[in-house]
Design a protein around this ligand. Structure first.
Ligand SMILES: [Zn+2]
Length: 129
């Protein structure tokens, strides 16, 4: 799947919607291509008290549900159409569920693409890689 198709898939789930005065969903959408070749998507949940989670986390959970852990490529995009790099927690999540995910390609703005390992320098689990 080309980057623009993956971006389009992430965009398809990034539309902000209020669930309750304490919770919104979809301010960020994410899509990934897994090691099994399938695409998974997810949207974030913003809740009071910090109990929500990121769109990448949601897409990864959909992938994990099918017992897949390898991520070939991933992107996240906000409701304004801006591509966002993964937060620190999502970087760790990707890195810890499969050490080969250090090679996961992260789609950034301006057609830029980096591997996860470039976003996790001096990785604390480096001795296992
Ligand atoms: Zn995150």
């Amino acid at each position: 799947m080309e980057n623009n198709e993956l971006i389009k898939l992430a965009k398809s789930v990034s539309s902000d919607r209020e669930l309750t005065p304490a919770a919104t969903i979809g301010g960020v959408g994410s899509a990934l291509i897994a090691g099994n070749g399938r695409a998974y998507k997810g949207k974030n949940i913003d809740c009071s008290c910090g109990i929500g989670f990121c769109a990448e986390h949601s897409a990864i959970a959909a992938m994990i549900t099918e017992d897949e852990t390898r991520i070939e490529k991933i992107v996240a995009i906000n409701a304004d159409g801006e591509i966002m790099p993964p937060c620190g927690r999502c970087r760790e999540l990707m890195g810890q569920i499969n050490f080969d995910n250090q090679k996961t390609k992260i789609i950034l703005n301006n057609n830029e693409e980096v591997e996860l390992k470039e976003l996790l320098p001096h990785y604390w689990l480096e001795k296992y890689l």
